[in-house]
Design a protein around this ligand. Sequence first.
Ligand code: MIG
Length: 743
Amino acid sequence: MQIELSSTDSEGIFRLRIGDPFPTSSVCSHRVFPKLTNLSLSQDTPDEVGALLQPPSSEGSELRWELGLDVGDLIYGLGQTMGGINKRGGRYRMYAVDDHRHTPDKSSLYGAHNFLLLKTSQGVAGLFVDHPGEVVFDVGFTQRDRLVISVPDQNVDLYIIEGSDLIGVVKRFMKLVGRPWMPPRWAFGYHQSRWGYRDSKEVLQVADALEAHNIPCDAIYLDLDYMDSFKVFTTSDERFPDFQSFASSLKARDIRLVSIVDPGVKIQPGYDVYDEGKEQGYFVKHSDGSIFKAAVWPGYTHLPDFLNPAARAWWGTLYKKLYRLGIEGFWNDMNEPAVFFSSEGMAELTEVFRSHTNDPQDLGIEFLDFMKTLNSISNNRDDYRAMRQASETHGVVSQERVHNLYGFMMAKATAEGFASFASGQRLFLISRSSYIGQHRYGGLWTGDNSSWWDHLRLHIQHMVSLGVCGFFFVGADIGGFSSDCSGELLVRWTQLGVFSPFLRNHSALTTRRQEPWAFDSKTLDETRKAIYLRYALLPYIYSEYRRSREEGVPLVRMLALDFEYDARAQRVEDQFMFGQGLLIAPILHPNLTERMVYLPAGRWLRWRTLHPSVEGATVFDSGDRCIEVASDEIPVFLRENHMVCFVAPPYAEDKESSRLRVLAFVSDCAVLDVYADDGLTQDFEKGGYAILRLKVERRANDLICEAYIHEGLTTLCPYKRVDFIVYDADGQVARRSVSVLKD
Ligand code: MIG
């Protein structure tokens, strides 16, 4: 076993390199790892974690690391997996798969996020297994007191990240894998989607309904329906005639279009994408050099080989066709890659069918055999084993070995292509499959969840677990994708969605309609109220997203990151932190009008979010509290010595957009930076932004409220006045209105 130990100079990041790992590009390319001669780990790193830097045990072709777990040890991370926020008790197989039923027994979902955060009585550490093929994390599943990591390969990079606390570890990890990309500001608005908006007429009806119901919306999504015969990068002339004027009529209403992009390219001579890809040799092949055929929506397709830089460059520029038509954002789907069946799989199924009977009417018990084969030919691992991709560094490789990079490299292609034809603009991109590092190119949605209350809870788990893995811009389909949603579920989910970085109502073809107006007037009112709150909070959300990416601290976090030494907070599964100062405790079960909330050390101000005004805010001490929650309300608590800012909600009578409101809960002092830029371009990288600093301080009997331009260009700050509403520890409120100082 060839082993090399290296470390970034005194940064507390160690790398154990075994064999010749496939470069995934999850670690920023500028990172250098000098060889280590003398291993000295920090005192905060548990001994057992340090011991992982020894050669692992190797069984057959598998590498295996083991680590003992004490009863009190906590493990977070692993991104998009089933199970709780604390990952103990589960086994997670990182092998991207298109599985649309997210039941508790599923060990794999759409991506691979091989990062975990450990907290033991001895200290904390981060572990990142950088390997593009399968990795299994058995986190106290087979044996409750053991963490076992196994990799069916002899080549892998293992990173150990030290830190004196969990936040410190996450920040270092973020330095290793880089900052999340900066989406356009409209990415944070409300987005409306559904599989089955059949034609431009129907999309315009949706826009009309949004308007008629006074629901603000920044984007409408085009699912498979917009394409001509499911051919990627085409639009249907029949259902979407005169696409450009359709797009601009939406744009005139401030609604942008985002379209789905699937990797499968329909096999059809004369279709330019197919012809070009074939001619240039850009598709995934078989070992004999023939092109692999995978059936997806259009029937048989070829899959682009995103590992091949030339194929990536080609694919990236294809998005220009859509962009030119007025489509401003992209939604990369089916990129695990999903395969309905291959020709080999279909041959097998046909054979099973034939071997049993000549007449389908005669199938008896053999039917089960037929069903088993039928179910196994989709996303079959034998197909991935058979596929060949052309890599830059390792020659031709089996897809199986680099499986988890497919979505990542597709995102990279999208981002690089976009930068080439929309130079200076920010990309809007969400992807279904992902691998660590992909957050530098775009965001994620969590795929085909269901309209189940369990999946409302899963939304929290996914946001916080993906957050520590670097993905700050994430969200689940609001209301649930599969199954029928109820009005109450939609309301509660939209309320949670106010505090989800990505907020999109999306549902599957054939399910009950799920737009806010598809239920009853109560559902409509309550959903709209939540969406208004989202829009009112946009200055805060945008500012905090930007701060998150600067500091490497996730926007949405498990309580343990902020209250690491609070034994209760470490284990909270149904609340989360949003931005610096907010604790969110959503309603997660039907028919509830109250819930228990755990409030960590310090005092908290419960913000009654019925209106983004501040009436009725009350102070709570730490501990377990039972609170009443109206059906149109989401429990939000503001941490002591913090602030949250907002503007008037959409359609408010007082539309004065130059007025910023601030709710502050201050016993000593609080600072909040409000960030603004043009929201669309990369100019912010060159100083095109403004930071308005808000300060509230109590000195003796004085309350001092300040608002001044702290950094950047005064002209980019949209606010002229700031209205402070300041609560003290006793719940006494004071108001101050100040004008923004522009020097
Ligand atoms: O499973 O394009 O996750 O959001 O609506 C069907 C149709 C394929 C899966 C995506 C979903 C999308 C759907 N797609």
